[in-house]
Write a protein that binds this ligand. Structure first.
Ligand code: ZN
Length: 266
């Protein structure tokens, strides 16, 4: 599915400003964090953003981008102003096809954002905003705290709090659209390292490296710390396939070297 993320304002339009903060900067930070969480932790989606830098883009351009890309969902991120505190979300207040679905998806997002942020819940609202009206797909506009309210502004100054807002959006999207979590095996690669010697003294390491070289084995030294001691390991190859590591061990043993396999995940 295609998710269109729209960080509100940008460039010559700062949005609301107060307490040393500008709305355009906060919305961009949240949007980038949201993108990163979705890309790192979930699959089954592609993402497009209306902007990834401090750029001026009109409202029409934003909805045109989303509509032309045939996005499945649009999420427009804003910070509130005008006296108040907490979180509220908006969908279009007109009559349109798919309104029920739009509000169902919004409910999931809204509840997750409130849950993750502990924001005061101002409710699920409807309005005649361009971003939710002119988008051809279900859309939500989120108002994440009040920039002109000191308590909210203090939170919005914390990177860890923006992370919570982003995570709320991500969890809401994942739940609403059943996005599968990336499995751990997709995130980490396993390598089989062949170790031909582990020493506490550096001089033995160099001896071993030279002897290996004489027999045609290229090696590198890995410094390994365990229980307060430092060990020098002579590594003769790192393999993605266990089988190839086994072959290397066999070759080394044939030449009289003791070798073992170290499984490394990263
Ligand atoms: Zn705004």
């Amino acid at each position: 599915m295609k998710i269109f993320i729209d960080p509100g304002h940008g460039g010559t339009d700062p949005g609301a400003s107060a307490n040393g903060l500008q709305e355009k900067n906060i919305t961009l930070q949240i949007a980038l964090k949201l993108r990163d969480i979705l890309q790192k932790e979930y699959e089954g989606h592609t993402i497009q953003m209306s902007r990834t830098t401090d750029q001026t883009i009109s409202l029409i351009e934003r909805t045109n981008l989303a509509n032309n890309w045939l996005a499945d969902y649009l999420i427009s991120i804003h910070i509130n102003a005008g006296g108040g505190t907490g979180f509220e979300s908006y969908t279009y207040n007109g009559n349109y096809k798919g309104k029920e679905q739009t509000n169902r998806l919004r409910r999931t997002l809204h509840n997750q954002i409130v849950k993750q942020t502990d924001f005061y819940n101002r409710g699920k609202k409807e309005a005649n905003f361009h971003m939710v009206r002119e988008s051809a797909m279900p859309a939500v506009l989120t108002e994440n705290g009040f920039i002109d309210r000191n308590e909210d502004a203090q939170l919005l100054k914390q990177d860890s709090f923006l992370e919570k807002i982003a995570r709320g959006h991500a969890l809401g999207l994942a739940e609403a659209f059943n996005l599968p979590k990336k499995s751990a095996s997709n995130n980490t690669a396993t390598y089989y390292r062949v170790v031909a010697g582990s020493f506490k003294e550096r001089k033995f390491v160099d001896e071993r490296v030279n002897r290996l070289k004489e027999k045609g084995f290229q090696s590198f030294i890995d410094i390994f710390k365990k229980g307060g001691s430092t060990y020098y390991r002579v590594v003769v190859g790192s393999f993605k396939e266990r089988e190839n590591a086994d072959k290397q061990v066999a070759l080394l043993k044939k030449e009289g070297f003791d070798a073992f396999i170290d499984v490394v995940k990263h």
